[in-house]
Design a protein around this ligand. Structure first.
Ligand code: ATP
Length: 355
């Protein structure tokens, strides 16, 4: 196994910029999740690493070696596509062994690696079937087994679970995580599902418009977002963002106000936004907290989302679904300053920790 690095990669398709100075280091043995909105360049990055596309500028290194001139078949990376890309006329066994036969591995060696890979993803009992005789989940496992059988230096997984139903998706996610732990394999996993990203990733790279906005552990990107985009992209429902005004030594944001702390005094010279996650707003009792009016209640199983209005601002609050609140109620909300995030309103950059 070896690591993978992108250095200043640019890629255009006609007038469309897919990657614009894409830099990323995937460490040996880690599962790194590439997360970002549709069209931000995730698939393009994987295809360039696999050699299915070439970069206009920049370098890709696998195991420290520049692979710009290395043919796809010689890169020893395995890509698993969202669409599985199984050969319909071949059996499962032939599909899994396809890459090995193409590389002229011996018959015995191919059979051994096919059995080993099939056992890892638990599809030994369907080796004689054709893809049309398999469920979506089984097809996905066969696609994974085909990648595993090649013993690649790195796995490139492009939304491999997106065609599965919700339950199978969770089951396969857990299997993939344990497979990663057992193999110690370097994996780049593309998704736009942030639950998958936060649960699976050793680290998460959040992308926008062809570049990386932040790379960090799931905890980093959730608790210490580098900017307003990452803050808004990670977390569901999304973080509430309120414009800030500074009056009489206090920060005012929607219905909330805080006294200026040391670093805030310097920050208060520029336009600011304040972010607060729905799960960090708490219902307060008595006269504490700020008064808001509930306009809508959404029940989401264990949680309920309260859409509230105050000072012409709309906020989402996450509460336990057993909380007895209905549309039209006036409630009081409290938030700790430590659970809020300050952003430069113009650049979006996080100002937490900066004086
Ligand atoms: P999604 O989550 O929707 O799969 P993505 O983040 O993987 O999106 P890419 O598929 O890498 O995004 O595409 C990045 C941009 O490049 C998009 O604007 C896309 O339309 C464009 N693009 C990708 N492939 C091609 C192509 N072969 N020809 C023209 N434009 C392309």
């Amino acid at each position: 196994m070896s690591g993978l690095a992108f250095e200043g990669v640019h890629k255009r398709y006609g007038g469309v910029v897919a990657l614009a100075g894409f830099d990323l280091v995937v460490r040996e043995g880690e599962l790194l999740v590439l997360l970002g909105p549709s069209g931000c360049g995730k698939t393009t990055a994987l295809r360039i690493a696999a050699g299915l596309e070439s970069a206009d500028e920049g370098r890709v290194l696998i195991g420290g070696n520049d692979v710009g001139r290395v043919a796809p078949a010689k890169r020893n990376v395995s890509m698993v596509f969202q669409s599985y890309a199984l050969f319909p006329h071949l059996t499962v066994e032939e599909n899994i062994g396809f890459g090995l036969r193409a590389r002229r591995a011996g018959r015995m060696e191919t059979a051994r690696r096919v059995r080993e890979a099939a056992a890892l993803v638990r599809c030994e009992d369907v080796l004689d079937r054709k893809p049309f005789q398999l469920s979506g989940g089984q097809r996905q496992r066969v696609a994974l087994a085909r990648a595993l059988a090649r013993h690649p230096d790195a796995f490139l997984l492009d939304e491999p679970l997106s065609n599965l139903d919700a339950r199978l998706r969770v089951e396969t996610r857990v299997e993939l995580e344990s497979l990663h732990r057992r193999l110690g394999a370097t994996m780049v996993y593309v998704t736009h599902d942030q639950v998958e990203a936060l649960t699976m990733g050793d680290r998460v790279a959040v992308m926008r418009d062809g570049r990386v906005e932040q790379v960090g552990t799931p905890e980093d990107v959730y608790r210490r977002p580098a900017n307003r985009f990452v803050a808004g992209f990670i977390g569901s429902p999304a973080m509430n963002v309120l414009p800030v005004s500074v009056k009489a030594e206090r920060l005012h944001a929607g219905p909330f106000s805080f006294s200026l702390r040391g670093p805030d005094e310097a920050n208060a010279k520029r336009p600011l936004d304040l972010g607060v996650r729905p799960e960090h707003l708490a219902m307060a009792s008595g006269s504490s907290g700020a008064a808001v009016t509930v306009s809508l209640v959404e029940n989401a199983g264990p949680d309920a989302y309260l859409y509230v209005e105050a000072d012409e601002q709309r906020l989402v609050v996450r509460v336990d679904s057993s909380t007895r609140v209905k549309a039209g109620d006036e409630i009081r909300l409290a938030v700790r300053r430590a659970n809020t995030h300050l952003f430069d309103a113009e650049t979006g950059e996080s100002l937490e920790g900066t004086p």
